[in-house]
Design a protein around this ligand. Structure first.
Ligand code: ATP
Ligand code: MG
Length: 330
């Protein structure tokens, strides 16, 4: 077994708000292996972006704080690094595509100046070499006429092209890890698939590991090696992507699968959104956080919170009832 590239251990990130303490990430542990594609999936507000921002050292403090845990990258605990050391890693070793592409691109700077920024900061390349690399990056992400694009501004590109530029920027220094937070959500479905294919291609070519964050479990089927399903700040199921589709164990995973179109479902299969809403993170229900929405909950589920435990197949599930759930599904 190779050493993981990223190892998140018992991470807890909280926000102090007027409404109370928000436990956005609550005891989350997972590993990303070098070169693999790992997907973090869950509904809106479940803590996916806060997990990503914690890894990047970008939690605004106050109101946020990482109160415990470890984030090891190449064996180094990122939480112990200085601001300067973390800036060095950000953009060079770990690239990130943020959830809001328009707000991440600067409207008054040319594509060239935005694409070369990280190279200017993190490498000793000459001006010419940096500009050549920018053209190469635009080519790499499949935008025609790369040289002309250099002088253009973000508003002169389509939404899909801007997203491609974001990928090019994040990949400019060939990072070991690329974090893509809902990188395709704003795009139409065909373009979403193209952008995901592109991310998969460019990361595979350079051996970069990819952490895909999405609310759509249906979409990651083709792309991820492993999937972690997050609910109310906690991981509820972690396993091989294929297994997550063929043998989902947690009732929340099953709910997520039924609520999105699947590539393998028969035409006309009705979608079934999960009833109810995610709980208020300042005031979680006692017991399992999913119990108020769960069709399989028994008394114990309203009293105790199940831990993430390994099943005989090597998958991890946090559910007291997952064996009977699995039987009910088949
Ligand atoms: N700066 C902040 N101040 C206060 N609360 C915050 C802050 N950032 C995030 N939160 C809270 O943390 C929780 C998790 O948010 P997060 O952005 O990680 O959700 P998400 O899973 O990324 O959702 P989405 O799919 O909508 O992007 C939410 O309850 C959110 O309100
Ligand atoms: Mg988010």
């Amino acid at each position: 077994m190779t050493e993981p590239l990223l190892k998140v251990e018992n991470l807890q990130t909280q926000f102090r708000t007027e409404g109370g303490l928000v436990k956005a990430v609550d005891d989350v542990s997972f590993e990303v292996q070098p070169g693999e594609t790992f997907a973090l999936v869950g509904e809106s507000g479940c803590g996916k972006s806060v997990t990503a921002l914690s890894i990047m050292g970008l939690i605004p403090n106050p109101p946020g704080e990482i109160v415990s845990g470890k984030i090891e990258f190449n064996g180094v605990d990122l939480l112990k690094l200085s601001g300067r050391e973390m800036r060095e890693i950000r953009g060079s070793k770990i690239g990130m595509i943020f959830q809001e592409p328009m707000s991440s691109l600067n409207p008054v700077l040319t594509i060239q100046s935005q694409l070369t920024e990280a190279l200017r900061i993190h490498t000793d390349l000459s001006k010419n070499a940096t500009n050549d690399r920018a053209v190469e990056l635009v080519d790499m992400v499949g935008i025609a006429d790369a040289k002309t694009r250099m002088k253009q501004y973000p508003h002169q590109l389509s939404g899909g092209q801007r997203q491609r530029i974001m990928i090019a920027m994040a990949m400019s220094c060939t990072p070991q890890l690329l974090i893509a937070d809902e990188a395709t959500t704003a795009l139409d479905v065909t373009i979403q698939a193209q952008i995901l294919d592109l991310m998969k291609d460019v990361t595979e070519q350079s051996g970069t590991a990819l952490l895909i964050i999405t609310h759509n479990l249906g979409i990651v089927a083709r792309y991820a090696n492993r999937v972690a399903v997050m609910y109310a700040g906690q991981l509820r199921e972690v396993g091989e992507a294929v297994e997550m589709y063929t043998e989902p164990r947690h009732p929340y995973t099953i709910g997520l699968l039924r609520s999105v179109p699947r590539l393998d479902s028969e035409k006309g299969t009705p979608l079934a959104p999960i009833a109810g809403e995610i709980p208020d993170l300042t005031n979680l229900p006692s017991g399992c956080a999913f119990s108020p929405r769960c069709g399989w909950a028994v008394d114990k589920c309203f009293e105790e919170s199940p831990l993430l435990e390994e099943t005989s197949s090597g998958k991890k599930v946090a559910c007291f009832e997952h064996q009977s759930v699995a039987l009910n599904v088949q």
